[in-house]
Design a protein. Structure first.
Ligand code: NAX
Length: 328
C-alpha cells in the first residue's frame, strides 16, 4: 500500500464539494491504490461547519478503504498543512446586483490569503487547482502571493468547458463523445472563452469537414459552450455541480497522467497564442510527468480564432487591472 497523500478541498460543504469528495475518496482521482487524507475547509460559520460535519459523517458511512484520515476545519493553515494537492473550490457566489468587479475584489481577498497560507504550510510537491470563480484571476492572485511554490504549480479549471464543447460537437455530428478529440479551450473561464473547433477532430477528421454548417459552429456552438453555466442554472435552479466536480477530477487526473492526450488548463501565460504574459489563460497542455506539464504550441490559429483570443485576453487583462493591488 502506498503512503497516503493529503488533499485539501475548500468549500467542502458546498455543492461541488458534495459531488467531488466521495470521488476523491473512492480513488477516482489519484488511483485505486492511493490512500488519501482529506483536509476539508469551510468558512467559520456554524451552519457551514455543521454541514461539513454532515459531509464527514456520510464519508464515514461510505466506509471508503482509501480514506486514511479526515480533517475538518475553518482554519486554512490546518487545511493546507502538508497538502500535496489543494483544490480551491470555495468562494463567494455573485450576489444580486453585484458587479463583476466587486466579485473579483471580494473573492480575490480569499485567494490572497489562501495563496500565502498554501505557500507557507503545504508540501513541497504541492499542486493547486482553482475552481472558485473567476477562476483564472483567482489562480493568478493565489500564485502571485506564493514565493516558495512556483507559478506553474497553480492551474485553473477550464476542463468543464472542454467537456461541454466535446459533448456539443458529438451531439451535432451524431457520434460518441469519445470520437471527438483535440477540442481545446483558449482564454478565460467566462462567456468570452474560445473553444477551438478548427483544430478539433471527429474520428480523426477535421470537425469542419464533418460538421459543414459553419454558421452553427461560429454562432451557435461557441455561445452554447460559453453560456452553458447560465443554461444549467436556468434549467436546474442551481449551478453546475456534478459536471464541475467531474471536470475537476478530469483536470487533476490528466495532470497526474503523462501521455500524448492534450487537455485544456488555465496556466500562467508565457505569451503563447497571443495572450498577455502573466495572465492565467487556458491553452492546450500535455502532461510530461505526474504533476508537470508543458504548453503545446504547434496549433495554427486563423483570423477568426485570433479575434476571439484577443477578446478573451482583453477580459483577462482587465480582470488583472481590477485586482492589481492583490498581486503580491
Ligand atoms: P456553493 O456555494 O454550493 O459552495 C461553495 C462553498 O464554499 C460554500 O459552502 C462556502 O461556505 C464555501 N466558501 C466560501 N468561501 C470560502 C473560503 N474562503 N474558504 C473555504 N470555503 C469557502 O458553490 P459551488 O456550486 O460548490 O461552486 C463553488 C465555486 O465554483 C463557485 O465560485 C462557482 O462559481 C465555481 N464554479 C466554477 C466552475 C469552473 O468551471 N471553473 C464551474 C462550476 C462553478 O460554477
Amino acid at each position: 500500500m502506498k503512503s497516503p497523500i493529503r488533499v485539501a478541498v475548500t468549500g467542502a460543504a458546498g455543492q461541488i464539494g458534495y459531488s467531488l469528495i466521495p470521488r476523491i475518496a473512492s480513488g477516482d482521482v489519484f488511483g485505486k491504490d492511493q490512500p488519501v487524507i482529506l483536509q476539508m475547509l469551510e468558512v467559520p460559520v456554524d451552519k457551514a461547519q455543521q454541514a461539513l460535519k454532515g459531509v464527514a459523517m456520510e464519508l464515514e458511512d461510505c466506509a471508503f478503504p482509501l480514506v486514511h484520515g479526515m480533517v475538518l476545519t475553518a482554519d486554512p493553515a490546518i487545511a493546507f498543512k502538508d497538502a500535496n494537492w489543494c483544490l480551491l473550490v470555495g468562494s463567494k457566489p455573485r450576489g444580486p446586483g453585484m458587479e463583476r468587479a466587486d466579485l473579483l475584489k471580494d473573492n480575490g481577498k480569499i485567494f490572497v490569503g489562501q495563496g500565502r497560507t498554501i505557500d507557507e504550510v503545504a508540501a513541497d510537491d504541492c499542486r493547486v487547482a482553482v475552481v472558485g470563480n473567476p477562476c483564472n484571476t483567482n489562480c493568478m492572485i493565489a500564485a502571485a502571493n506564493a514565493k516558495r511554490l512556483k507559478p506553474e504549480r497553480f492551474t485553473a479549471m477550464t476542463r468543464l468547458d472542454q467537456n461541454r464543447a466535446a459533448s456539443q460537437l458529438a451531439n451535432k455530428a451524431g457520434v460518441l463523445v469519445s470520437d471527438v478529440s483535440d477540442i481545446l479551450i483558449y482564454g478565460n473561464h467566462s462567456p468570452t472563452m474560445y473553444p477551438d473547433f478548427f483544430n478539433a477532430k471527429i474520428k480523426g477528421k477535421a470537425v469542419t469537414d464533418v460538421i459543414t454548417d459553419r454558421k452553427w459552429l461560429e454562432e451557435t456552438f461557441i455561445p452554447t459552450v460559453g453560456k452553458r453555466g447560465a443554461a444549467i442554472i436556468e434549467a436546474r435552479g442551481a449551478s453546475s455541480a456534478t459536471s464541475a466536480a467531474n471536470a475537476l477530477i478530469d483536470h487533476v487526473r490528466a495532470l497526474m497522467t503523462p501521455g500524448a492526450t492534450l487537455h485544456s488548463v488555465a496556466v500562467r501565460s508565457d505569451g503563447s497564442y497571443g495572450f498577455s504574459e502573466g495572465v492565467w489563460a487556458s491553452v492546450p497542455v500535455r502532461t510530461v510527468a505526474p504533476g508537470t506539464y508543458e504548453v503545446v504550441k504547434g496549433f495554427t490559429l486563423n483570423d477568426f480564432a485570433k479575434d476571439k483570443i484577443a477578446k478573451t485576453n482583453a477580459e483577462l487583462v482587465s480582470e488583472r487591472d481590477t485586482v492589481k493591488d492583490m498581486l503580491g
